[in-house]
Write a new protein. Sequence first.
Length: 215
Amino acid sequence: MSEAKRLAGEKAIEFVEDGMIVGVGTGSTVAYFIDALAPLRHRIEGAVSSSEQSTARLKQHGIPVLDLNATGPLALYVDGADECDPGKHLIKGGGAALTREKIIAEASERFVCIVDAAKQVPVLGRFPLPIEVIPMARSLVARAVLEQTGGQPVWREGVSTDNGNWVLDIHGLEITDPVALEARLNQIPGVVAVGLFARRPADVVIVGGDPIQVL
């Protein structure tokens, strides 16, 4: 599994061009991408990071970490996923960085998603859907999600996002229309971000393995 992640992360380097500011996601597969990016650090302007974890790894490699407010739109964003369907719609947020990941994906012209084959599914929902919520709205959002979807909300106790919020994981969903579900859940007061990347899906999916697939 780790070998497939490494292959996917290293393959994504092919999308990095000289002078770029690269959007960088979070997670174990992205860690391989950051390591592969290190030898190119003098050829890029820097990176915009989606989490404190990735920021620390980038800085360890001497890669400048920049503020998205200062950089403006990005040409490239590279990130992993917890699930990916045939339409390149994703579930993300297993690492609780979904809000910042969504912001950087939205700011980027090209979103390259790096996964291993186990993350490919015909229909999203086997992996619990994360939702970042304002702490005081946890119970309100959980009740609304249960009523609207029938999914079972579970509070990820002991976890706070880099934004100081909490995460609900919604179990038991079969997401046949991810764009519509994302829009509906975003309307619940107290929801900060939904871990569905459907309205803005990946542009390219790299599946690590032998052979590597680029979809």
